[in-house]
Design a protein around this ligand. Structure first.
Ligand SMILES: CCCCCCCCCCCCCCCCCCCCCC(=O)SCCNC(=O)CCNC(=O)[C@H](O)C(C)(C)COP(=O)(O)OP(=O)(O)OC[C@H]1O[C@@H](n2cnc3c(N)ncnc32)[C@H](O)[C@@H]1OP(=O)(O)O
Ligand SMILES: Cc1cc2nc3c(=O)[nH]c(=O)nc-3n(C[C@H](O)[C@H](O)[C@H](O)COP(=O)(O)OP(=O)(O)OC[C@H]3O[C@@H](n4cnc5c(N)ncnc54)[C@H](O)[C@@H]3O)c2cc1C
Length: 642
């Protein structure tokens, strides 16, 4: 199963080898539990481990393999971030995709050797979503052949970029490029922020940390202001766009090609989210098979809480989602790598498809991951609320994904643009022009679902039902939009009036893709036992998801009330079938105790001993009487007694 999850036998074996090596290297372990550390201590601890990793990485992993890097990162540095999180996730990808060969030769080796630390500085205090209205300017000075970066007002301060505040000395900065008073829109520039020797900010730069966040606090998300700060013309990233010395602008082959670093993270973050969901579920499911509370049969002893149907219903559909996201994420990364290769050689024809797909997936996956993690936390009762479970930290980090790389509603609306265009093709009889991801929009569906009538149809009838509801909602939302415009409404106003319905279409389309990715994977599996276990999970997935969106299929009678009962029964049937495999389905992800950082979810299952030991190690328990008591509470009580 681990081979299915991680992509191959080799990958699963490599993960085990890497975890085993790390287990033997105490210098790479947390020196004390992270929840007992202050933010400053955590940042120090992370930097300590990061520098050891830089020395020893080659002995542990193949540093050119992103999957091994990511695993090493999760084991040693953990999900709260590290001082170079953005360096690997956005700075290097931005340089790789957007810098010319000459620029790459100059900067990439230095970045890869970690001579310099970089980040991606785009979002501002006043604008994150609407990139067209960013306010930082890069004005070309023809006389000196330099760009002058400037922050005209407080809302133009860069705000949020990870590791910008304290760690990075370079950044890819996105600013509006102005040449001879003409604004060419946002473009990426390579900018040195701090002196390479002293790490002091360079003159003209105001920089710092934006303060503590809901989670992810090892990362120093930062602010940055420029006061007429000059950089050479050749610091504009020039793989696709160029500015000649005389100010001549050569436009890129696709208007949005500069957005590629964002698409990179959107594609890669899906499996990251799956890992966080599976981690939380691993903790909650292990704990639920240790925790005994109450009886189902009063004549029997107390049961493990995992025996309760409500507990299974709370956890198992999310287990199925974690697998589904992992499989859909793996497909998306493959597609991304393909499109990136094509893009580098000038073929931009697939960019729109990739953008639509990743926009929808990042939105649905992050939202459902958040839901699943929060349910996992509640499924642990009181102990889930303790940082000993570590689930609240996992939640805090994962839920950030709903906002970063494009706020979810906004990204769903990007996919909706693509769906509406596709609907227009269907309506004008040009269905043959539809791309493969939306080809189903042009296919006539049956009047009713056959879900309960063709028992051995595999998952075909389910896929058809998801296709039906997605198609119907897309065409309905598109009709609503076109109808408003026909009545004379301006395009943008009409769009806003339909946007809830449009986003519903985007969600349904994305959920269909996730189901299909799961089906594709299960169909490929040769090992009969693995196939059987995953088929059960897929049954749960399709039935649970369909029940969740059933109102769309009931509206037009595609599903009947009796079919709904059938689907519900299937959910209960598969909850029971999955129960014996539940812990193994999560243990198969092979997270080490070091990586999980959870006292509640350790492999040994000694929950109560571990919790008591953990509580005793709390800094508050170093003394029996705290100074807050001697200084304030004791005098108060004494005064009251007088
Ligand atoms: C040891 C190290 C380990 C290393 C390990 C290495 C392994 C790696 C492992 C990694 C694990 C992950 C861990 C996570 C950690 C995360 C950390 C946090 C990172 C967070 C970073 C950020 O948070 S960074 C900022 C992101 N900030 C946004 O995300 C802004 C959203 N905002 C927009 O993105 C635009 O604002 C928005 C809406 C598109 C409109 O853009 P706009 O206004 O220019 O365009 P319009 O809406 O007018 O659209 C006009 C037409 O352009 C089309 N189009 C638009 N974009 C397109 C595109 N990209 N491609 C093609 N086409 C595109 C569109 O589809 C329209 O097409 P049409 O006209 O045909 O319909
Ligand atoms: C943990 C974290 C890490 C980050 N790291 C980085 C980084 O490394 N580099 C970087 O540059 N940035 C980073 N960001 C910033 C992030 O990319 C932005 O916060 C994000 O793109 C959302 O933009 P915003 O904050 O402007 O939200 P807003 O756009 O202000 O969103 C507020 C509300 O308005 C709604 N809204 C906005 N526009 C529309 C619209 N057109 N239609 C409908 N609704 C709309 C949204 O849906 C949302 O409900 C990070 C953010 C976080 C939380």
């Amino acid at each position: 199963m681990a081979a299915q999850i991680w992509g191959s036998e080799k990958r699963a074996r490599r993960r085990r080898e890497i975890s085993a090596k790390i287990a033997q290297m105490p210098e790479l372990h947390d020196s004390k539990p992270l929840p007992f550390m202050t933010r400053e201590e955590k940042i120090m601890e992370s930097a300590r481990k990061l520098t050891i990793l830089t020395e020893k990485m080659g002995q542990i992993i193949d540093p050119t393999d992103p999957a091994e890097l990511y695993h090493l990162n999760n084991e040693v540095l953990g999900l709260e971030g590290n001082p170079m999180a953005l360096h690997g996730v956005m700075f290097i990808p931005a340089l790789s995709a957007q810098a010319s060969d000459e620029q790459q030769a100059k900067w990439l080796p230095r970045a890869l050797r970690r001579e310099i630390i970089g980040t991606y500085a785009q979002t501002e205090l006043g604008h994150g979503t609407n990139l067209q209205n960013l306010e930082t300017t890069a004005t070309y000075d023809l006389a000196t052949q330099e760009f002058v970066l400037h922050t005209p007002q407080i809302t133009a301060l860069k705000w949020w970029p990870g590791n910008l505040g304290k760690s990075s000395n370079y950044a890819v900065v996105v600013a509006h490029m102005i040449i001879k008073a003409k604004n060419y829109g946002p473009h990426p520039f390579m900018v040195q922020l701090r002196d390479e020797k002293t790490h002091e900010p360079l003159p003209g730069i105001t920089i710092g940390d934006i303060g503590p966040k809901m989670a992810y606090n090892i990362v120093d998300n930062g602010f940055l202001g420029f006061n007429k700060y000059r950089i050479p013309r050749t610091n504009l990233l020039m793989r696709h766009t160029k500015v000649e010395a005389d100010g001549t602008y050569i436009k890129p082959p696709h208007a949005k090609i500069n957005y590629s670093a964002m698409v990179h993270v959107r594609a890669y973050m899906l499996t990251g989210q799956a890992i966080m969901l599976a981690s939380a579920l691993n903790i909650a499911t292990r704990y639920s098979s240790v925790r005994r509370q109450g009886q189902i049969d009063k004549s029997q002893p107390e049961v493990k809480v995992l025996e309760y149907q409500t507990q299974q219903h709370r956890l198992f559909p999310s287990i199925a989602r974690a697998y589904a996201f992992q499989f859909a994420g793996a497909e998306t990364v493959k597609l991304y790598e393909h499109v990136l290769k094509e893009m580098k050689s000038g073929n931009v024809s697939l960019m729109a498809d990739l953008h639509a797909l990743t926009s929808g997936l990042k939105s649905v996956v992050t939202y459902q991951t958040g839901e699943g993690i929060e349910q996992a936390r509640m499924a642990c009762g009181g102990h889930g609320y303790s940082m000993a479970s570590y689930i609240s930290e996992i939640y805090g980090v994962a839920i950030g994904g709903c906002t970063y790389e494009g706020e979810n509603m906004v990204m769903l609306l990007q996919l909706a643009r693509y769906l509406v265009k596709s609907a227009a093709l269907v309506k004008s009889g040009q269905s043959s022009k539809l791309g493969p991801l939306v080809a189903y929009l042009g296919v006539k569906s049956e009047p009713t679902s056959l879900i309960d009538r063709i028992p051995n149809s595999g998952f075909t009838e389910y896929v058809k039902t998801f296709q039906h509801v997605s198609k119907r909602q897309t065409l309905k939302a598109a009709d609503m939009f076109f109808g408003l415009m026909e009545k004379g409404e301006k395009r943008e106003i009409a769009w806003n009036k339909c946007s809830v319905e449009l986003n519903r279409a985007s969600r349904l389309h994305t959920r269909l893709f996730i189901v299909e990715a799961f089906v594709r994977r299960v169909n490929e599996i040769a090992d009969i036992r693995i196939k059987e276990a995953l088929t059960d999970l897929l049954h749960l997935h399709v039935n649970y998801e369909l029940l969740d969106i059933a109102s769309y299929a009931l509206e037009d009678g595609f599903l009947s009330a009796s079919q709904l009962d059938y689907i519900r029964d299937q959910v209960y049937l598969y909850l029971g079938k999955i129960r014996p495999n539940a812990v193994s389905l999560l243990d198969s992800w092979e997270f080490s105790d070091i990586e999980l950082r959870s006292v509640l979810g350790r492999r040994d299952g000694n929950v109560y001993e571990n919790l008591f030991k953990w509580a005793k190690s709390s800094p508050l328990n170093k003394t029996d009487v705290l100074s807050s008591v001697t200084q304030y509470l004791k005098p108060m009580m004494e005064k009251a007694r007088l």
